[in-house]
Ligand binder design. Structure first.
Ligand code: FAD
Ligand code: MLT
Ligand code: ZN
Length: 472
């Protein structure tokens, strides 16, 4: 392996090949703290040519590669396993915004550009890049593409795959595919761009992307709404769609358990409503600077909701600071649950019409597996996606994390079986990574798994790209 390390140092410079434990520490543990491994080295190339040289050297040496962006993934896909035999390839130095074309509606970026920096570059050009995640200050476009990330704007703008026009990818043998085209129309065969979206680093290393920009939406009308149930939330969604049409940009749900964790663990968080409710939704309408009437539309939605018995109370943001405070109640849930203790993450989706019945039926099933278990239920109800993230039971003020982890296989199986029976998916937006690779395949048909393996084998016959991730 000394030869390989020498090649890597030649490719990217000594300072960017990390091998000492303190230097690699942050790259081998995931955000949740549930996945920790070891690496032969962490390599930090600064250009596409350097990525190609690193991948070619690893291919030659038969050494596996784990691509990594911001390391905010939630399924253990961006960190190595315990063998210590893989190289972590971090895109963290590739942070250049290559071009912005507001008329064509495109932005071309290095894969390591942080999502919030794409937002800023788009805003500087008077445009919007709509993808919005709680991790946007750290996650990278390469990671967003590799996981086909979702977030809070999917309802209006779609998943990451709907926001990308072209890619540049270093293939597992070190060749570069330059597909950085910003064309809206290109019917010249298989869609290679889409093949790499959601591939979780198993088919190649994404080094650049052409993304779609949209008209800016600087006007917002935002409310935090108390509703009695998931059913009421889904009915209110229908009202919001009818009244706000394309202006409806966010419709998120959270149960009281989730909000209690934010209030307990995140400094400055406050409950804007006088009475507690079992469920809440965050509703936001967004429009152009010239568009009037968003506030009226929001009030009409809430008014109809009250009349129909769907809405118990609501707080409407009267200033940008109040808007941020309402968003913090929703965006802070993942962080707050992490502070609380171990979390079993389940990122499920079902037909929207079935979500309420599913959530109602699930809680007693889990209670039977582990009495006192706490489902922290929240997420993107507007697109049918619930985060059904489970925290440990509490005894004498302390979370019993060990019991939660011991019961994890049974709890997760109960949830996944029920999702599969309801024709849903066990991973709506986080991907399969290491944590769900086995489950992912077991809930797919043999034909689907065969097709996925055929694609993997065609592009990466030696199985060196992120082994153990996505396909077990
Ligand atoms: P990493 O974590 O570094 O990697 C993720 C996967 O992509 C790994 O399999 C890795 O190998 C691969 N990969 C990374 N970069 C590349 C590349 N350049 N080429 C090839 N493969 C690559 N996700 C959502 O979908 N919706 C949410 O609402 C959401 N909210 C979140 C909130 C919080 C607080 C946190 C911590 C995470 C959240 N996530 C969410 C999960 C995470 O932020 C996304 O999956 C994000 O897309 C990961 O980007 P990253 O750069 O951190 O990727
Ligand atoms: C979110 O929407 O906040 C995350 O995707 C959920 C999670 O951390 O599980
Ligand atoms: Zn989410």
């Amino acid at each position: 392996m000394t030869d390989l390390l020498d090649h890597l140092r030649t490719a990217v410079g000594d300072a960017h090949v990390l091998t000492a434990d303190p230097d690699v520490a942050a790259y081998v543990v995931d955000w949740t703290g549930m996945y920790a491994g070891r690496a032969l080295a962490v390599v930090r190339p600064g250009s596409t040519a350097e990525v190609a040289a690193v991948v070619a050297a690893c291919h030659e040496a038969g050494v596996a590669i784990v691509p990594q962006g911001g390391n905010t993934g939630l399924v253990g896909g961006g960190v190595p396993d315990a063998s210590g035999e893989a190289v972590v390839l971090s895109l963290g130095r590739m942070r250049t915004v290559r071009a912005v074309d507001p008329v064509a509606g495109t932005i071309t970026v290095d894969a390591g550009v942080v999502l919030a920096d794409v937002h800023a570059a788009a805003a500087d050009a008077g445009r919007l890049f709509p993808m919005s995640l709680g991790s946007e200050g750290s996650c990278t476009i390469g990671g967003n593409l590799a996981t086909n990330a979702g977030g809070t704007a999917v309802l209006r703008y779609g998943m990451t795959r709907e926001l990308v026009l072209g890619l540049e990818v270093v293939l597992p043998d070190g060749r570069v595919w330059d597909g950085l085209r910003g064309l809206r129309k290109d019917n010249t065969g298989y869609d290679l761009t889409q093949l790499f979206v959601g591939s979780e680093g198993t088919l190649g290393v994404i080094t650049g992307a052409v993304l779609r920009l949209f008209p800016a939406t600087p006007r917002h009308a935002t409310a935090w709404v108390a509703v009695a149930s998931v059913e009421a939330a889904v009915s209110l969604l229908g009202v919001a769609q009818s009244r706000a049409g394309a202006h409806l940009s966010t419709f998120e749900i959270a149960n009281r358990q989730a909000v209690d964790l934010v209030l307990a663990h995140l400094p400055g968080a406050t409950d804007p409503l006088a009475e507690p409710s079992d469920w809440y939704v965050l509703v936001e309408l967004a429009g152009a600077a010239t568009e009037e009437g968003l506030d009226d539309a929001l009030e009409a939605i809430l008014g109809e909701g009250v009349e129909a018995g769907l809405v118990a109370d609501a707080a409407i943001a009267g200033s940008p600071a109040q808007r941020s405070a309402l968003w913090a109640l929703r965006e802070g849930i993942s962080e707050a649950q992490k502070v609380e203790g171990a979390t079993l993450k389940h990122d499920v989706t079902l037909p929207i019409a079935d979500l309420a019945a599913w959530a109602t039926a699930m809680a007693p099933v889990l209670e039977e597996v582990l009495p006192g278990v706490r489902p922290v239920t929240y997420g993107h109800v507007g697109d049918g996606n619930l985060h059904y993230n489970v925290s440990a039971p509490v005894l004498d003020g302390k979370g019993r994390d060990a019991e939660l982890l011991a019961a994890a296989p049974d709890l997760s199986r109960a949830i996944y079986d029920s999702v599969a029976a309801g024709h849903g998916s066990i991973s709506a937006e986080h991907g399969l990574g290491r944590s769900k690779a086995v489950a992912g395949s077991s809930y797919k048909s043999g034909v689907e798994v065969d097709l996925m393996r055929a694609v993997k084998h065609a592009l990466d016959p030696r199985g060196l790209m992120n082994p153990g991730v996505l396909l077990p």
